[in-house]
Write a protein that binds this ligand. Structure first.
Ligand code: HEC
Ligand code: HEC
Ligand code: HEC
Ligand code: HEC
Ligand code: HEC
Ligand code: HEC
Length: 374
């Protein structure tokens, strides 16, 4: 009887689990000592994974790049399980690969200060509202995490603006995967980008945008942010306290916290209809004209080289695009870290040619009539 009762109880739990929303925990796993060192010393030598000798906050064996940018041949580090953003493996993860800044030049990506390879051309975020170093003599353009960076909580931590592990505190052991529709902490936000909602690819190709069936899903909106002088699209709470995050929770709104003028309504043309003065984002792909034929018909299959965002966070990965509902986003054309092409584009812009009748790449995936006029 007892066994049967147990069995019933267990199947009940299984059923419950299957019925749960797809939001799931995917916290770091493995022996503590894979990732942490108590004294940064073993036989008198430092313990860091990347041969640096300084100890790290929260006692990790590396800083962000120490674990995520080992520069080796794996796109997922076999020792810690950390997804790699700087590596030699041919398959890049969804953000791209910071190695292209080394191989192609500064215009391939965000020269995060941790790379030790400073951006030589652009002095601050183009389209910015505040120069990235306006406020207290910062000399860096952009960092992996913290107030002057992207991941984690972008605010003062313990009274300072430094943005390493402490900006991520609590995320790795509290990581939520799958459908992220709350986004009120860094741990339950899309890829630890505080405030950003989305759906994280959890399948075999986790962290990759591989093809129509295996990719992340991004949140978009039907109108970009509208404020010109208000502080609230980017500051939650009164600056300089509080955190910096996009209040509309979209990925384009996130980029706009630093690149404001490439997103907000007044700067793209004054409204959300043609004619525009800058390429719109967080506007609906019209179900009319050339846009209705996304991907030249082809069953409107989702293209990872011209992806769209959804206006609600989906429960699972969708492999088609719906003109009239889905929206253009910054990541329709750019990657977030670095790509093999100028301006962090997803494709070589010099190869996207109007009027030659054979293309279905880059801009033409959406602007389907610019290839052959029909
Ligand atoms: C000690 C090693 C280590 C350090 C240091 C570290 N990470 Fe991680 N990180 C990991 C591992 C392992 C995972 C994979 C967790 C999993 O399996 O979901 C991860 C996952 C992530 C993810 C993906 C989360 C997701 O949604 O799946 C992001 C983003 C991230 N780390 C950013 C950072 C940043 C930024 C820093 C520096 C402030 C940092 N990490 C420092 C080991 C590390
Ligand atoms: C924390 C601020 C910040 C955020 C958030 C941010 N950027 Fe940037 N971005 C910068 C800065 C600073 C530069 C100039 C320095 C550089 O290129 O390294 C820059 C440069 C760029 C460039 C030009 C790269 C080059 O060197 O020519 C592109 C393209 C870009 N960002 C796109 C994006 C996209 C897309 C997003 C959202 C996924 C985004 N940015 C989010 C700060 C930011
Ligand atoms: C795969 C890598 C990894 C493993 C294994 C790991 N940690 Fe961590 N841990 C991290 C990273 C990265 C941070 C710093 C960033 C953060 O807090 O997310 C961290 C932060 C912490 C923190 C401070 C933040 C918090 O969440 O409380 C504590 C305490 C901690 N770890 C304890 C442990 C213990 C105990 C173990 C073993 C049972 C362990 N860790 C195993 C990667 C790991
Ligand atoms: C388009 C997004 C955006 C808007 C709108 C915006 N800010 Fe910011 N603000 C940022 C970003 C990003 C940072 C951090 C990086 C930097 O300093 O450039 C920041 C930093 C600051 C800081 C430095 C302290 C801190 O929290 O890091 C102050 C002060 C500040 N903003 C004040 C304001 C005020 C006041 C307004 C409204 C008049 C405003 N901001 C509107 C994006 C914005
Ligand atoms: C339709 C494709 C497309 C979309 C969508 C798009 N960009 Fe771009 N972006 C480009 C191209 C192409 C360039 C090269 C410069 C140009 O054509 O103006 C560029 C250049 C940039 C630059 C470098 C500017 C400089 O001065 O060097 C930044 C920063 C940038 N984009 C950020 C963004 C952000 C942030 C968003 C979303 C709000 C966005 N882009 C949306 C295609 C796009
Ligand atoms: C993900 C789909 C998508 C991609 C990729 C894309 N666009 Fe667009 N583009 C749009 C949408 C949607 C509009 C707004 C259409 C409307 O509302 O009338 C637009 C608007 C424009 C406009 C302004 C038209 C007007 O009437 O003001 C131009 C020009 C343009 N795109 C050129 C490009 C170029 C060049 C590229 C490649 C660098 C590109 N687009 C990539 C979807 C896309």
């Amino acid at each position: 009887m007892k066994t049967k009762k147990h069995l019933i109880k267990h199947s009940f739990i299984i059923v419950l689990c299957l019925g749960l929303p797809v939001s799931a925990w995917a916290v770091v796993t493995g022996t503590c000592s894979n990732c942490h060192t108590m004294h940064n010393s073993q036989n008198g030598a430092p313990m860091n994974l990347n041969n640096s000798s300084a100890p790290n906050k929260l006692l990790t064996k590396g800083d962000c790049l120490g674990c995520h940018g080992t520069g080796g041949g794996n796109n997922i580090d076999p020792a810690t399980g950390a997804p790699q953003v700087l590596h030699t493996n041919a398959t890049d993860l969804a953000g791209g690969n910071f190695k292209y800044i080394e191989t192609g030049g500064d215009n391939r990506g965000h020269n995060v200060v941790e790379l030790g390879n400073t951006e030589d051309t652009i002095p601050y975020a183009p389209g910015h509202i505040h120069q990235m170093n306006d406020y207290s003599g910062f000399t860096v353009n952009v960092s992996c995490a913290g107030r002057l960076g992207c991941h984690g909580t972008r605010q003062k931590v313990n009274g300072t603006y430094s943005g390493g592990n402490e900006a991520l505190k609590g995320t790795h052991h509290g990581n939520v995967d799958g459908k992220l529709d709350t986004a009120d902490t860094a741990a339950n936000s899309y890829r630890f980008l505080r405030g950003v909602k989305g759906y994280e690819n959890m399948g075999t190709f986790k962290w990759q945008n591989k093809d129509a069936d295996n990719h992340n899903e991004y949140l978009g909106a039907t109108t970009p942010m509208n404020a010109i002088f208000g502080c609230t699209p980017c500051h939650v709470g009164e600056p300089p306290t509080g955190s910096i995050e996009p209040v509309n929770h979209t990925i384009s709104g996130f980029c706009a916290t630093c690149h404001r003028d490439f997103h907000i309504v007044p700067a793209i043309g004054g409204d959300t209809t043609s004619p525009f003065t800058r390429h719109p984002t967080d506007v609906v792909l019209p179900n009319a004209g050339e846009y209705a034929n996304y991907n030249q018909g082809n069953s409107k299959q989702y293209r990872v080289d011209a992806p769209v965002a959804r206006t609600t966070v989906p429960d699972s990965i969708g492999n088609t695009v719906t003109p009239g509902a889905d929206v253009v986003m910054c990541l329709s054309c750019h990657v977030a870290h670095a790509s093999n092409y100028p301006d962090m584009l997803r494709w070589d812009p010099s190869a996207i040619i109007a009027g030659n009748g054979t293309n279905n790449n880059g801009c033409i995936i959406c602007h389907t009539q610019k290839d052959d006029g029909i």
